[in-house]
Write a new protein. Sequence first.
Length: 376
Amino acid sequence: MLKNINFFRIWFTITILYGHIMQHFLVPQFASSTPVIKYLSNHISYAFGFMCDMFFIISGFFMCFTFLKKEMTFKTFCVSKIARLWPVLLFSLFSFMIITLFIESVHYYKYENIVSAFFIRSSFAVYIPTNNGAAWYINVVFFGYIFYFCLFGIIPREKRKYAVGIIIFFLYSLLINKQDLYIFPQVFLDGFLTVPMTRALAGMGLGYILGEIYSSEKSSHKEDIKSESIYSVIFFTIVEAVTIIYLFKFSIIKFLDYAFIIMTILFVILFICFLYQKGLISRILDKDKIFKMGKYCFSIYMMQEFCFQILNKYLWTNTTIGVVRYPILNMLAGLIFCITVGVLTYYLVENPCQKIILKNFTNKEKTACTKNQIDT
């Protein structure tokens, strides 16, 4: 059960890669000279960024099970998150320092990257630049974990969902009324709360509520699946298919006013369908292969900016084999290259570093609940 949730990670990661390739590289450079890129630029919504908010919900959902499994000390909890997030973040920033030796157009933010390396950018200091723009997500999700750990430490177990409900109601009200989450200013309440941090706390809180609901009813899930009628299965299969189609459409193809709240609602509906596996799509995707593929998504996401700079220098702008002559092949090559680098990063950096940190900074008993986490 729940292996199908990694389908969202795979889908959202690839969509974000495609969106960033188009938005930051191909459209600005080639829309005027390449008909295919011009056509695609007229049929892209740029709402793919809201898929990060779906990642927050997923993180909050699995965060719920982290707290349900076992009581942890603050140190153990922080170490588990640092082991999960920090190695790839540092490696991505170090990689940028290396490529500046070969690509003159890339400016290395020597001191600004330190802010990002310690999870401060976007969570507290939203206007500080960094080489790895994707790091904003990691920075805010880290402090999102810390916030909820501290909150749950002072609130009784039976009252947590009420406190989180109040928090997400307030935060989603701020986000919905801002409408465009990417325009300036990127702060709320005269700088007291950044927009990225608000998105993280709201999404993780909503995910936590979903986790509470699911965990309270988990024992009856298998029995419900066996007793379902064919009409129920068909109905929920249609619901899953329709929500997937419209979520894909609004995220990358068609511009939509109020896309943030509409996409959030669609995702919550789809997420619940996948949790309870009422339809055929959620059941088909509940496979070990989907789960295993999903483990690479974090490294792929974090290394994308590094890959884009190399691709732009040596492939996309190449007059012989570049975008002008082969636009579709170049887009596919870009995605394949990003995935390849991400998979290598997982095996060479993320996985071994996580094991080393957990082994040296926590004991075996306390790390047992963190070994198989898929909460980011």
